[in-house]
Write a new protein. Structure first.
Length: 377
């Protein structure tokens, strides 16, 4: 559910600006600059770097595939080329993990460039209700004829076919990686062309988002008031957007992602295709990165400094991340019930953090958090 953050005291932007003292406005501006320079920009820079590296490595792998260096037909008696293909794909999985976790570090920074032209969904499409997007991707990856068509017209395709989900399934799905049934070279070459197209588009989009945050006339400058903006007419409105990121991020992790994982474990005693980054096994690491990203936005921006709750917040975030780690470890050991209990404990911690943000921190900045009745989610 989308949350709407509004000034407590004003009916419009002029009223809220007039009610702010000079000291309060200066404090808000300091928080906004810290949020941009210490949190948003570094996170999007990490995303841009990791997706660029992934695209480069995929292009190198696929170039070698195209040249026949990794072809099954080129294998000698010891099968060295097939082994090289396996080794290279393992390296690509590592690159993919870097990019996926970098995405998880900005997933809930949903303002500005993330909201433009379905930017968030083009990076990674989730939730995938009933696994439709996954099935769409897997069907495509088996269709040599459509692979080239989609690779050549990526921008016209469903957002589910444009993001990290495609790369994940190509590298990790069981049907893509069965050593007993390696794909024909022609099919793997067609998959490669799609992977190159998708990874290049992800890298380009990530770079555009970073530029929007860094440019003198970009979104980051508008957020901190360095340029005039219809979106943010005063620091109160800008800080409202940051608070919305914190509050809606905590709520979405607790009520969507953790619910999906708990439900899967209760029904199937394992994580299933409806959970994020299921094929790559990165679900728990992604949750940890999500939580840490919200922690950074709340604490590294100095948003909570005036509340006197910094130590309490840090303790709660640390405990939530510990619960995620313990849940992952106990599930790996086959203790499903303990994993469920730890995930439910994490939900409680995140909801407590949201309550503290709404009740103890937001009012100090003249803000309140409510529900947006226009949102149907």
């Amino acid at each position: 559910m989308l949350l709407l953050v509004t000034p407590v005291h004003g009916q419009d932007a002029d009223d809220s600006a007039a009610a702010d003292s000079a000291a309060s406005m200066a404090s808000k501006e300091t928080i906004l600059v810290s949020a941009r320079d210490e949190v948003y920009v570094p996170a999007f820079a990490t995303l841009a770097d990791s997706t660029t590296a992934l695209a480069s490595d995929i292009a190198d792998y696929c170039g070698r595939m195209s040249a026949g260096e990794l072809s099954d037909a080129a294998s000698n008696e010891e099968g060295s080329s097939a082994s090289e293909r396996l080794i290279d794909r393992q390296a690509l999985r590592s690159r993919f993990a870097d990019a996926a976790l970098a995405y998880s570090g900005i997933e809930y920074y949903r303002l500005g460039p993330m909201l433009r032209d379905n930017g968030a969904e083009r990076l990674y499409y989730w939730p995938d209700h009933k696994g439709r997007a996954r099935r769409q991707i897997l069907q495509l990856l088996q269709d040599t004829g459509r692979l080239d068509e989609v690779a050549d017209s990526l921008g016209k395709q469903s957002v589910a076919l444009q993001g990290l989900g495609v790369i994940e399934q190509w590298l990790h799905a069981d049907s893509m990686t069965d050593p007993e049934q390696p794909p024909a070279d022609s099919l793997e070459a067609a998959r490669c062309r799609l992977a190159m197209s998708v990874s290049a588009a992800i890298a380009d989009l990530s770079g555009e988002m970073l530029t929007a945050w860094q440019a003198d006339d970009g979104f980051g400058a508008a957020l901190v008031g360095e340029i005039d903006s219809e979106r943010f007419r005063n620091p109160t409105e800008a800080l409202s957007a940051v608070l919305t990121n914190i509050d809606s991020g905590l709520g979405s992790i607790a009520d969507r992602k953790l619910d999906a994982m708990i439900s899967a474990l209760e029904r199937k005693s394992r994580l299933t295709t409806g959970t994020p980054f299921y094929a790559s096994g990165l679900g728990f690491a992604m949750l940890d990165a999500n939580i840490d990203a919200i922690r950074k936005l709340q604490l590294d921006s100095h948003f909570a400094d005036a509340s006197g709750l910094e130590d309490t917040l840090e303790f709660e975030y640390r405990n939530a991340r510990t619960m995620i780690r313990v849940a992952s470890e106990t599930l790996a050991q086959g203790d499903v019930q303990t994993a469920i209990e730890r995930l439910k404990a994490t939900q409680d911690m995140l909801r407590s953090l949201a309550d503290m943000t709404r009740e103890d921190i937001a009012p100090q900045h003249g803000l309140t958090v409510g529900f947006n009745a226009d949102d149907g989610d």
